[in-house]
Design a binder for this molecule. Structure first.
Ligand SMILES: *Cc1c(COP(=O)(O)O)cnc(C)c1O
Length: 380
């Protein structure tokens, strides 16, 4: 039998939003209504059983000793650094291609963000880190961006050689692995975010710290709850707990999480198949590219020729794309002083043509095909 040739899509009224919050709710509406009704009927708002269940779930999933639910990913990073005793003037190495929160956590802990380059997979490289180590360096914050883990073998080696702490910003990488080890479990602490558009998204802000260090875990538990131990306040703390209602929603979502990762990887594979032969576009490594990485595709970040024109073209055809961090790198925010900027080479070029294509679990394969057809149309 002859294979039927697929016609390119001509659905001009098709809309592919970058992210579809109402659709994410609609897909499992009854389940969520039930959770909300249950939690609200119990009046279980702050530090209740749903939170400890979520912490257990996260611990079991990652195979770590402690998971501590926090108000958001930024507080997870900040409290990790504070609990590790980062002091004024301590240098902490962080890539320039990251959310400002990575660096603001360093800043607010008293440390100085030392900003370095990324490599062709858009993640911080071991070479960039190594080149930035000084006598004042206290810690490294690798950012496991877009759902992929950096080359942690080399990074951990640099950390060991120079006696540096490693605090992972794994906010975009729950479930991603490097050599079969989970993002967030390499360093002394790992931070996660459950911001609504993250792969495991709450209905508001939420985050967590994971660690195998008992002392550190205890300190962070104190920090997130006003420094209160059972009978007294024992340190200056914050109000940075994860709301119980978010934990309850996350517990429900966690059940489906592995399936959702599979779906993201399938969509990434489809993007790769459809766009691989386009010389105008550089794609992220596809799933199954090498045995070391298991990527969860929080984002599908490409580099595209004539990026700005492409975005306008796509938008006119219902396809919404965005530039991560609004199109600027961390070191390019001039108003943020007290930072040290190292040689940045790859990222400076990348920022002129990088682009996020739609990537989320409410997309269908026909949505992705539509996006790809429109990209082909633009370049031809
Ligand atoms: C989302 C994110 C954060 C911060 O998480 P919030 O929960 O929004 O505070 C930090 N770093 C990276 C790389 C992120 O993507």
């Amino acid at each position: 039998m002859r294979e039927l040739k697929q016609q390119p899509s001509i659905e001009n009224d098709k809309v592919v939003p970058f992210f579809n919050y109402p659709e994410i709710y609609r897909q499992h509406r009854e389940e969520y209504v039930e959770v909300l009704d249950d939690v609200l009927s119990r009046g279980a708002y702050i530090m209740q059983k749903d939170l400890s269940e979520f912490e257990d779930n996260l611990q079991n999933y990652l195979g770590v000793k402690h998971a501590i639910g926090t108000a958001d990913g930024t507080m997870a990073l900040l409290m990790s650094l504070l609990a590790l005793d980062i002091k004024p003037g301590d240098e902490v190495i962080v890539p320039t291609h990251t959310f400002v929160a990575s660096a603001s956590a360093i800043h607010h802990s008293g440390g100085i963000p030392v900003i370095v380059d990324c490599g062709s997979d858009h993640l911080v490289t071991a070479e960039a880190i190594e080149g930035a180590v000084t006598k004042k360096t206290k810690a490294i914050m690798p950012v496991q961006l877009n759902g992929r883990v950096a080359d942690m073998d080399s990074i951990m080696e640099i950390a060991e050689t120079n006696n540096l702490l490693v605090v992972e910003d794994a906010c975009q990488a729950l479930g991603a692995k490097y050599k079969n080890k989970f993002a967030g479990t390499f360093g002394v602490a790992g931070a996660f975010s459950f911001y609504p558009s993250k792969t495991l998204g709450a209905f508001g802000d939420a985050g967590a710290v994971v660690t195998n260090d008992d002392v550190l875990a205890e300190k962070i538990r104190l920090l997130r709850d006003h420094g209160r131990s059972e009978s007294a306040v024992v340190t200056w703390g914050f109000n940075a707990r994860m709301d119980n209602i978010h934990a309850a929603i996350l517990n429900k979502k966690f059940v489906r999480y592995s399936k959702e990762i599979t779906k993201r990887r399938e969509l990434a594979l489809l993007y790769d198949r459809e766009l691989r032969n386009m010389p105008q576009m550089k794609l992220p490594p596809p799933p199954l590219d090498d045995d070391d990485h298991f990527d969860i595709f929080q984002n599908y970040e490409v580099e595209a020729e004539s990026r700005d024109e492409l975005m306008v073209f796509l938008k006119a055809r219902g396809v919404h794309t965005i530039k991560q961090w609004g199109g600027s790198l961390l070191h390019q925010f001039d108003k943020l002083n007290d930072k040290i900027v190292k040689e940045i080479d790859y990222a400076e070029n990348m920022v002129r043509n990088y682009l996020l294509l739609p990537m989320n679990t409410s997309l269908s394969t026909s949505d992705v095909r539509h996006v790809c057809n429109m990209i082909h149309a633009f370049y031809s």
